[in-house]
Design a protein around this ligand. Structure first.
Ligand SMILES: [Zn+2]
Length: 352
């Protein structure tokens, strides 16, 4: 017997070789979890015992059908036996379907899971229906494989929704899904079409942003874009950043960027005593800030004009102090980008 690692919360299985796994019936390789007190999984249970099992189930009961092959009829009977007469919804407590193989259509539509639902590494060989399904606790679909379509339209995930490493086949529908907790889609693979709710594209993108590869410089640009524009969906965010950048530019220009007066031209030279040719050096003073009255309406108007020109990537031609020149340069770089992001986001919203 292998010793448990320190701190392992799982108690040792008293009889791992017999008792927990199906005796196989016609299929000696079956790894299905037994339906206690019998020695077979639900798929291999004889008709009478299966009937007894279903009759003994109540709404909200825990079920454990790990590694069990469940066809459409078996699943339908299972869910029917936990149907709550008050709501008409199949209602399950802790539901363990890890490694299960759903060989027919898996219709969990309008089912309520009041406790955690485990579908890790389950395989949905046919369509998977989770429409209007309510996961009141966490739902785990890590490593699950949806070979055909899966539809979670209208489902509610009250806690964690785990789809890490899940594989989605032809079509994955997540329209009108409500994720109240974290939706984990790290390393999930989408093989076909993906239908997403507006609110969730955001969450899904956020996931992608966190799953970056740090070597990839393009990703960083993309991440900046996603952050600033709310993933191309939140126009208000990009425009908000633009407004903030423009306000900052105007204030900086008024405070430090605009010179007090147009810099004077200054000529300096020496007049030779013998009346020979005169050489003048004509010089322009560096523009300087005024000593006072920086925040006047006239200066605001000038600063605003410089800023607005910057947004459309134009030089204002306005005389600026050294600080002002740098402020203008920075704003000419950032503000057109923000404006573009805002426009993209607006377009994205119109298209949806
Ligand atoms: Zn079995």
């Amino acid at each position: 017997m292998t010793p448990s690692p320190p701190g392992d919360p799982a108690p040792p299985d008293p009889a791992p070789s017999q008792g927990s796994h199906c005796d196989g019936g016609a299929d000696p390789a079956c790894r299905g979890r037994i339906v206690s007190p019998h020695q077979s999984c639900l798929a291999h249970l004889d008709a009478r015992r299966r009937q007894e099992y279903f009759a003994g189930l109540r709404p909200g009961d825990a079920v454990d059908h790990r590694d069990t092959a469940l066809d459409a009829e078996l699943l339908a009977r299972l869910l029917h036996s936990v149907r709550d007469p008050a709501t008409g919804r199949p209602t399950l407590g802790t539901a363990r379907f890890e490694g299960a193989g759903f060989t027919g259509v898996a219709d969990f539509g309008r089912t309520t899971f009041t406790r955690p639902a485990y579908f890790n590494d389950a395989t949905f060989h046919r369509d998977a229906e989770f429409t209007d399904t309510s996961f009141e606790a966490s739902a785990f679909f890590g490593g699950a494989r949806f070979i055909h379509t899966c539809d979670f339209a209208g489902a509610t995930f009250a806690k964690y929704a785990g789809f890490r490493r899940a594989e989605f086949g032809e079509w994955a529908g997540f329209e009108s899904v409500i994720f109240r907790g974290t939706a984990g889609f790290l390393a999930a693979r989408f093989g076909g079409q993906l239908a997403l709710p507006y609110t969730w594209v955001y969450g899904e993108m956020e996931m992608r942003r966190h799953s970056h590869s740090p070597r990839d410089a393009e990703r960083w640009l993309l991440q900046a874009y996603w952050l600033l524009s709310g993933y191309g969906l939140r126009a208000s965010r990009a425009l908000g950043w633009l407004a903030l950048a423009m306000t900052t530019t105007v204030l900086l220009l008024m405070g430090f960027g605009l010179p007090g007066s147009a810099p004077a031209l200054r000529a300096s030279g020496t007049l030779p005593s013998d009346g020979g040719p005169v050489t003048f050096e004509i010089d322009q003073e560096a523009p300087r800030n005024p000593a006072e009255n920086r925040f006047t309406s006239k200066r605001f108007e000038k600063a605003l004009r410089v800023t607005l020109d910057s947004v459309v990537f134009r030089s204002s031609g306005q005389d600026l102090t050294t600080t002002g020149a740098y402020v203008e340069m920075a704003s000419r770089f950032t503000e057109p980008v923000l404006l573009g992001l805002g426009a993209l986001a607006v377009r994205g919203r119109i298209k949806r």
